[in-house]
Write a protein that binds this ligand. Structure first.
Ligand code: BGC
Length: 514
């Protein structure tokens, strides 16, 4: 798979002709609904699993335990099958993303997005109409297949469709739609919590509309020129490129895509190339960024915010409302990163946020350790302070480890290993999202307030990692990374001591690219 190349061989940005056409904007918005579906699924489960009607129907033991909540604040929701409801989606997505990466290459980005939307719709029908636990879990698995296919195809689709100069902004658009999905889910939960007895069905069923929009929308979006050219549909690729750029002269960009596809085609097995010493720096960073992103503890908040707020003593309503506020903070803080990422740089954002998240997690831990005993609850003032701290923590995540966890792995690999490397990032993300989803409530039960110190400790580790091992990539053209970043980095340069660029230098380079 080869994304559109828009740099010459020296790594300089090429200005291609073209406008930002309405058609591209429409395509981007439709595709980003894949991100919205992902976000909606993240946000909806926490609220639904705190609804009594839902618990009575599928998890009666948890429901009964909840009735005696005063017995143990930290353990009332600890139930493996309840966690399986949340986490089954991510394990399904992890498996699906490998299949999806093949589908992307063989059939194209557009059919992969369409398959994603069909999985989403099946998943929504099964979960919203579920009459037993099996149907419910199968529904989540189908939703997971949808997430796996969408997360593999949509970011690629966006990068390949976008004019070069706004590709970075469009990349974060995916994250923005994730946060919007989480927020909508939180709001929906807030209103359906009091609709008895089937509020939860409405919560799960509403996911049908973005899924349907994605399906019908996908009928009008185009395939990316890169994917068409890569699959030898060269003339069709040229036609589509003309259409999306809205100008007649697209020759330079067209030649670049053909050239990039040829170059990438020379690397017969990108996964094998990825295992070579010279790919180690990028692979290590792409994988660890995903592990760190999840070990910030963000999804403990995103999945379980209402549950968490109930644990510290809010009623169901207040708990959901607090989760809505968190969701809103998440959306607006993501906008900050759209502006700051190319000005302040990646490292500043990651390091500043690590400090911010460490402080907030630690204070939450101290408050809970001192005042939230196994029974009883926090005072109103203390509970409100916890909500404020959670918001400050989410802010930090939203302008740093959230979007950059996706952006950095997409920009550090050289072209020949870029999509294979990115596939590793996606699957690692899903794996660790699964681990957090499955383990958090048990960890809360066993570690109690200590869980916040656990995440705080990880934040120290990731801060140190970012400080010493993460090079700044702001403003560096993607295809100059090896020379300008990796070979100059105090630690990573040793991986290039005996590096020989294996690209075939006999290839004819389009004249405007030299
Ligand atoms: C992460 C998700 C997380 C979301 C929160 C994404 O970047 O991958 O796991 O729930 O951000 O906004």
């Amino acid at each position: 798979m080869a994304p559109a190349i828009v740099l010459n061989q020296h790594g300089d940005m090429l200005e291609f002709e073209g406008r930002i056409t309405i058609y591209v904007v429409v395509c981007v918005i439709i595709a980003a609904f894949g991100g919205l579906m992902f976000g909606y699924d993240i946000g909806i489960s926490g609220g639904v699993t705190s609804m009594d009607d839902f618990l009575k129907e599928f998890f009666p033991i948890v429901y009964r335990r909840k009735q005696h909540a005063h017995e143990n604040n930290y353990c009332k929701y600890d139930d493996q099958s309840l966690q399986l409801f949340t986490s089954s989606l991510y394990i399904a997505a992890l498996i699906a993303s490998f299949v999806a990466s093949r589908a992307c290459t063989r059939f194209g980005r557009k059919p992969t997005i369409q398959i994603a939307s069909i999985f989403f719709i099946l998943g929504v029908i099964l979960t919203a109409c579920a009459v037993n636990l099996v149907m419910l879990i199968f529904g989540r698995i189908f939703l997971g297949f949808g997430v796996g296919f969408a997360n593999q195809a949509v970011p690629l689709f966006l990068s390949e469709l976008a004019p070069a100069k706004i590709r970075g902004a469009l990349n974060i658009m995916f994250q923005l739609f994730i946060t919007i999905g989480i927020f909508i889910a939180n709001m929906v939960n807030y209103f359906t919590a009091n609709l008895h007895p089937y509020g939860w069905r409405i919560s799960l069923g509403i996911a049908g509309w973005p899924a349907a929009l994605l399906l019908f929308g996908s009928l009008i979006i185009c395939e990316t020129p890169t994917s068409l050219i890569e699959r030898q549909k060269v003339e069709e690729g040229r036609k589509i490129l003309k259409k999306i750029r809205g100008v007649d002269n697209i020759d330079n960009e067209f030649d670049s895509i053909v050239y990039a596809s040829e170059m990438a085609r020379q690397v017969k097995n990108p996964f094998r190339k990825l295992m070579k010493k010279s790919s180690r720096p990028q692979l290590v960073i792409a994988i660890w960024l995903q592990v760190f992103q999840q070990f910030t503890g963000i999804n403990a908040i995103m999945f379980y915010a209402p549950v968490l707020f109930q644990t510290v003593g809010f009623g169901s309503d207040a708990a959901l409302l607090s989760a809505v506020i968190t969701g809103l903070v998440n959306v607006f803080s993501t906008l900050v990163s759209v502006y700051a990422v190319d000005k302040a740089g990646r490292r500043v954002l990651l390091l500043e946020a690590a400090v911010q998240m460490f402080i907030t997690q630690s204070i939450i831990g101290v408050i809970l350790a001192l005042d939230l005993k196994v029974t009883g609850s926090l005072s109103r003032v203390e509970a409100s302070i916890v909500v404020v701290l959670v918001c400050v923590y989410v802010m930090g995540f939203a302008w740093s480890w959230g979007p950059l966890g996706w952006l950095i792995p997409s920009e550090i690999f050289p072209l020949e290993t870029r999509t294979a490397g990115f596939a590793f990032a996606v699957s690692t993300n899903m794996l660790f999202t699964f681990i957090i989803a499955q383990a958090f409530l048990s960890m809360l039960c066993h570690m109690q307030a200590g869980i916040f110190f656990f995440f705080a400790a990880w934040i120290v580790i990731m801060g140190v990692f970012a400080f010493f091992l993460l090079p700044e990539t702001k403003g560096v053209p993607v295809d100059s990374m090896v020379d300008r970043v990796w070979k100059r980095h105090w630690f990573w340069k040793r991986f290039y001591d005996d590096y020989i660029d294996e690209k075939n230098t006999n290839m004819t380079i389009p004249p405007h690219m030299t």
